[in-house]
Design a protein. Sequence first.
Length: 444
Amino acid sequence: MNVDARTAAHARLEEEHEALMQFLYLAPVGLVQTSVDGEIAMINPISAQLLMPLVADGDLHNLFEALRDVAPELRHLCAMFARPSGMVCDGMQIHLTQAAQADGRRPQVLSLSLLKLDATRLMAVLQDVTEQVRRERQLRQNDAWLSALLTSITDYALVGLDRDGRVAGWNETIGRVTGHSHAVVGSPYSVFYPADATTPEHVQDRLVEADRNGWSLDEGPRLRADGSAFWASAMISPLPDRDAAACDPADPADPAYCMVLRDISDKREAIEKRRKSVFADHLTGVANRRAFFEAAELELARSRTRPRPTALILIDADHFKAINDRHGHPGGDAVLRHLGALLATTFRQVDVVARVGGEEFAVLLPSSTLEEAAAVAERLRRLVAARPAPFDGATIPFTVSAGVAVCDGGQLGLDALMKRADRALYAAKAAGRDRVELAAEAAR
């Protein structure tokens, strides 16, 4: 190739590079190119706008570090991705706290897709999907309702409930699915739930939601009369004629709601797989930030309608950086997995246990006082200290610190409750770690 041809080829390459850079900078989504370690090589303005509020010192140089507190599993996902190229994650939803937003809006949701280009490079695509998530949540509820109505039902119980959610009468379908006899009449419908899977307040919440929306649906573990467990969906709907003349308002046992209890044990594996892919932290198996924020916002909204205490515990693995420095990231991952398992066995089914940061976990405890939450946090602290994490044929001893706060009704938001618990957690660390500290006063 002569000099003129080389010059022309070089000019074309420069033009193509310039066109590519213009596309990257003007693209309607956030684009970030990084090394496999997350070091940023190129970032467009939309990505910078989305990521900068997450970086305390304004030094936006590593994607993994910028997202460490809101997507702690990202580095692990990339490290575990063995193929030379391909999609590491597609549309991962990342929930941000209000503290990460200057305008004080409700928590924002980002979508992250991460593509491994080759052995040395990654390309990330970021989008603000806050409104899309809100619409999808409503669609999921509608789809679940339609599925409950249209799916071929082979095994179901049709349960009449009175105005307080008590079983108003017995029929053969109740006996067939749950094994309960006529003696179940008068019991709250929570008789079909494991003891730690709901609360008296949640029983009433679902009736309120059924009144407001026309129905209320949930899925999860249920119990038969003999104590055996099965997986079921339960849809509660208000009876359309409950206020008509045929419904005696003087009789509190007169049916006011209908609950359809379906045994879907055969679908449990598929349901759990789908749930974990969306709502579980990939490393520890507990809930992820998305699941935590959705559940916490719903619970606090319920507590504003029907006041009851709602407790929050923030838990942090002590000296975690030292653990990583000594044992490497595999050792740190082993500690986090072990902590996740201990958390799952310590708290109730109704509690929301989630990983919300690198080594930080949160537990939301519905209908729990500050003292009750503090007691279970102390039980966890002692359990962790007594059970080192198994790793590479040996064990890694570690401890945790915890901060506990409570909302006793009122108009408190999730961000304010988390700040109060975070201050208590900071006090626990400042006092020497391996301890539980309570917020100075109940949050209202």
